[in-house]
Design a protein around this ligand. Structure first.
Ligand SMILES: Nc1ncnc2c1ncn2[C@@H]1O[C@H](COP(=O)(O)OP(=O)(O)O)[C@@H](O)[C@H]1O
Ligand SMILES: O=C(OP(=O)(O)O)[C@H](O)COP(=O)(O)O
Length: 403
């Protein structure tokens, strides 16, 4: 894999460099609640601009449905990038259309533009190679060189991640190089006991990862929205909680295999429930109550792990030598459901383990809840990406950067 340093030594002055970043930041309306992913790409963008490149930054944000949707505009992220760089950043109101072409054509050496959300175009995420390829051709027309630095999206076989680098000379940016460096060590020489803590809301993606983790981790602690598919698989009531019905048979098999392989599969013993999903905007009282995990009332939704579970999880983290954590333990954005996530973050800090926290929301949670991000071993910008890397999978966005 060629790195950006090689590109810089070859010279980039006057070249249009396409930087595929992951600026998928959490938003409250148009307010960015955590800008960690924007800060993470600054070294790459700065180095290119200082070397005289005409920098075109592109990213997805959220999961719009292949067409423009103002709620998912990258404009706030572009503005924040400009603030952090202390320079003007141009913004194109489309991704490959007239606005993008004119904005890129207007760049002088050393200037930076951000184009609108890649996922406003159906070709970006299409499963059809030709459709993705056609969109990649349009992206390629905007640039001379490709720099991959959106680590959080390297597990996606998307046009800007996988197809575009095949069309341009390609290099890995500083963020990808750093992320891969740390995670590689975890796959090659992991100190045991190795505990993996899994939570969050992208349940279908993450349940699939457990298949491989059962052969790698010594302990698997389950929290967040994942919990309820496990509880249901064990025959318990889960009320209106998140559930992945189609994966119930797979989860039953995981439970059996964990026992057979001697992997400790830790599930909550109590959960915090509420009548409905909380209002994250007003933060109106969430009406939480704590119930035993095997006695959830039918009309209620599970939104956090309970106090006994927090103590249990902390004890399983305390004597681990390596801990990888992806996915908040509950709906941490609301104070009534943040305690489980806080407890796990604190347990990581209290343990002597090498700790890696991965994922846009997990990293944001750590910072928003007031923890010192430098106190963790590594904070990865990618959740699904780091999990799939640790699984040993070939990630499309990394494979595409190979020579
Ligand atoms: N029990 C739950 N029910 C619904 N959503 C949940 C639950 N627990 C956590 N979440 C949500 O999961 C989201 C983060 O999930 P995810 O995107 O998978 O994490 P990451 O970005 O760290 O990989 C948060 O917005 C949080 O509110
Ligand atoms: O937020 C992301 O992943 P993560 O939640 O696994 O950290 C990335 O930006 C990828 O987004 P996606 O899961 O919508 O493809």
């Amino acid at each position: 894999m060629k790195t950006i340093d090689e590109l810089l030594s070859e010279g980039v002055a006057g070249k249009r460099v396409f930087v595929r970043a992951d600026l998928n930041v959490p938003l409250d309306g148009t307010r960015i609640t955590d800008d960690g992913r924007i800060r993470a790409v600054l070294p790459t963008v700065k180095a290119l601009a200082e070397a005289g490149a005409r920098v075109v930054v592109a990213s997805h944000l959220g999961r719009p449905k292949g067409a423009p949707d103002p709620a998912f505009s990258l404009a706030p992220a572009a503005a924040r990038l400009g603030e952090l760089l202390g320079t003007g950043v141009a913004f194109a109101t489309d991704t490959v259309g007239e606005s993008a072409r004119a904005t890129v054509a207007g760049l002088a050496d050393g200037q930076i533009a951000v184009v609108e959300n890649l996922r406003f175009n159906a070709g970006e995420t299409s499963k059809d190679d030709a459709e993705r390829g056609a969109f990649a051709d349009q992206l390629a027309a905007l640039a001379d060189v490709y720099v991959g630095d959106g680590f959080g999206a390297v597990h996606r076989k998307h046009a800007s991640v996988f197809d575009l680098p095949a069309r341009l000379p390609h290099y890995a940016g500083y963020l990808i190089a750093t992320e891969v460096g740390v995670l590689k060590k975890l796959t090659e020489d992991v100190k045991r006991p190795y505990a993996v803590v899994l939570g969050g809301a992208k349940v279908s993606d993450k349940l699939a990862v457990i298949d491989q983790l059962l052969g790698k981790a010594d302990r698997l602690l389950i929290g967040g929205g994942m919990v309820f598919t496990f509880l249901k698989a064990k025959g318990h009531e889960i009320g209106t909680s998140l559930v992945q019905e189609d994966q119930l048979p797979a989860v039953r098999e995981y439970i059996e295999r964990a026992e057979k392989n001697g992997v400790e599969l830790v599930l909550p013993v109590d959960v915090v429930v509420a009548p409905e999903f909380p209002d994250l905007k007003t933060k109106a009282p969430g009406r939480p109550s704590t119930v035993a995990a095997d006695a959830m009332p039918s009309g209620q939704m599970g939104l956090d792990i309970g106090p006994e579970s927090r103590t249990l999880y902390a004890s399983k983290i305390a004597d681990a030598a390596t801990v990888f954590w992806n996915g908040p333990m509950g709906v941490f954005e609301h104070p009534d459901f943040a305690e489980g996530t806080k407890a796990v973050a604190q347990a990581l800090l209290d343990s002597k383990a090498f700790t890696v926290v991965g994922g846009g929301d997990s990293a944001a949670a750590v910072r928003i809840l007031g923890f010192d991000e430098n106190a963790f071993g590594h904070i990865s910008t990618g959740g699904g990406a780091s999990l799939e890397y640790l699984e040993g999978k070939t990630l499309p966005g990394l494979a595409a950067l190979e020579d």
